[in-house]
Ligand binder design. Sequence first.
Ligand SMILES: Cc1cc2nc3c(=O)[nH]c(=O)nc-3n(C[C@H](O)[C@H](O)[C@H](O)COP(=O)(O)OP(=O)(O)OC[C@H]3O[C@@H](n4cnc5c(N)ncnc54)[C@H](O)[C@@H]3O)c2cc1C
Length: 472
Amino acid sequence: MNSDAQKPHVAVLGGGPCGLYAARVLSRAGIAVTVLDKGDRPGGLATSHKRGENWYDLGCHMLHEFDKEIYEDMMSIMGSDSIPVQLDARIRWAGAFYRYPLQFQDMIRGIPIATLIYYTMGLFAAQFRNMLAPWIPKNAEQALIMLYGRPLYEFFFKDFTHRYWGIHPSELSATFITTKMPRLSAVDVIKRALGKVGVKDRGVKAVESALLDETLHYSRTGAEAMPRHIARVVNDSGGKVILGAEVTRILLDDSGTRVRGVCYRKDGTDHEIACDECISTIPVPHLATRCEPLPPDAVLEAARQIRYKPIAIYGLLVKKQRCIDALYIYYRDRAFHRVGEPKNAGLTVNPPDHTVLIVETTCEIGDDKWKGTDEVKQRIFSDLEHENICRREDIVEVNILHSETGYPIFALGFEPHLDKVKRWISSITNLQSVGRQGGFTYPNMHSAMRMGACAAEAAMARLNKKGASPAS
Ligand SMILES: Cc1cc2nc3c(=O)[nH]c(=O)nc-3n(C[C@H](O)[C@H](O)[C@H](O)COP(=O)(O)OP(=O)(O)OC[C@H]3O[C@@H](n4cnc5c(N)ncnc54)[C@H](O)[C@@H]3O)c2cc1C
């Protein structure tokens, strides 16, 4: 029990959307909760950072409305700080712009008929093969071919996937496709047509993507407003959100089956808190290697095999009213894979006749993109010029933001390693590892928040079973 009387206390490791929302649910129910986050702002990946007079998102982040309960809660918490925005995204592909998500009618308009027939034939061939002899893809390359056919794979997915991850699709797991790859609605239309003539889709399923007619939510200060408001209501309900607090050790009891406390370092000083339940949203290998005592060697070895792809986000201040005709645009063959202009979603920019671009790249820690060498900047500026987004002389500020754990890497054969670590974590009865980093998954913000809510409810159910009464 928490030293302060007989009140149950939950430690939440990580204050991104998942951890913050877990704390929101717990503090609303009167449970004492402490969120520890190493960052200087709440929100994890889903925040923005102020540089000079402007806010720059760590990758453009807008809330989807899909989870009604969470959405309504967020609207009541954020009030007028939330701005509804119509989804308006594009894909730059083969010299043309397509709406995102990709629409069948756009595709027909943009792609020469011969090419379209070639892709459709490829899709037919893939479908017939799946129907006649169902097969299980061994890697992401095979899963993409099974899903979209070889011609579309070769044309659209192969190079892009390779450049994005720095890993050839044949070395990525098929699970990657089912959990990360957005579904091409154009392909769905063809598949529906095939279904009508009796050709059923028995292949792997790609993840549902954004909807064409969708309202997203943003703010005048970018992504940072939502996590800031959640942290505020957690604090107002008696919880604590401690920033600049790096979790260094997770202390297990003598039996090794319960977390009894957590150590963190803040401003160079070590602190320890006791807890009855622990919800971890920090990267799953970091959790395993910071437990005391350490897990068995086989689990530690498995944890070492679990990797993340870092991201370097270039936040540019540009002397131009508007650069792109969308909220964001995906690119296949540039130094960046997405460029967002958050001013088009309501971001306040100073001075007002300037705009902010969020240029997203994947990288390795310490490489040229991570460091932002002159050569990389010039490549980005040149690609922006080629795409008629802005001229290099109009770029007046470059701010580089990083995350070491931007994307979980579903490398070939990662599943048994992850299973081994997760199985060990589940042997600790009051510990849950959830969210994007802790679950090693690809949720959007609302799904990460739902994971946090579910973890909070599971923790409360256990605390209730033990007969502990909530903090007053
Ligand atoms: C480029 C990009 C764009 C995206 N755009 C959108 C979008 O528009 N809409 C959307 O819904 N989703 C979007 N997402 C997904 C969104 O970022 C995630 O769903 C969300 O951030 C997951 O929340 P989380 O709390 O699980 O993880 P995170 O946000 O990663 O939070 C984990 C937290 O743990 C903390 N932490 C790690 N180690 C420690 C430690 N040792 N001690 C203390 N704290 C620690 C980190 O500081 C971080 O705050 C995007 C993701 C990316 C990469």
